[in-house]
Design a binder for this molecule. Structure first.
Ligand SMILES: [Zn+2]
Length: 149
């Protein structure tokens, strides 16, 4: 049997790389660079732990468990990034107002108010009314749809 075939056989039914794996790899890499200056034993142990976790997950046959871990990691990552994403959007886009629908939590992109006064817009996602200032006649866009309907 060829070597490449043997590797393929070995990897059959094993989990392999995912987003969490890539993240750990980056962390490992950064720690490695950091430690060329620090030369700390604690960091070295940390590196080793990360490496063991990476390999363990990569070669694991419990695909469902590993995939659940990855989902958990992605959820955590998204919840950490989310506030920054909204901030970035606010700074970049001066032409629109971003508002969260109170009912279905969808983030809506609304045209800027033309003049003062309250008005109602309809959330395109859940069809409930969103209270806001008077708007130009532009289409309301969904930025991030919620899963609830
Ligand atoms: Zn809604």
């Amino acid at each position: 049997m060829k070597f490449s075939e043997r590797i393929r056989m070995f990897m059959k039914g094993r989990y392999g790389a995912d987003e969490l794996y890539n993240f750990l790899f980056i962390v490992y890499f950064l720690l490695m660079i950091l430690n060329t200056f620090l030369k700390s034993n604690i960091v070295r142990v940390l590196e080793l732990i990360i490496l063991v976790v990476m390999f363990y997950r990569f070669f694991s046959k419990k695909i469902y468990v590993r995939s659940a871990e990855n989902q958990k990691f992605k959820r955590l990552k998204n919840s950490l990034i989310k506030p920054f994403k909204n901030l970035k959007r606010k700074f970049k886009d001066k032409e629109h107002v971003y508002k969260k629908c109170q009912k279905c939590k969808t983030i809506l992109k609304l045209p800027l108010p033309r003049k003062r006064g309250f008005n109602k817009a309809v959330c395109p996602h859940c069809k409930s009314k969103v209270r806001l200032f008077t708007l130009k006649k532009e289409k309301i866009e969904i930025v991030k749809a919620s899963k609830v309907k």
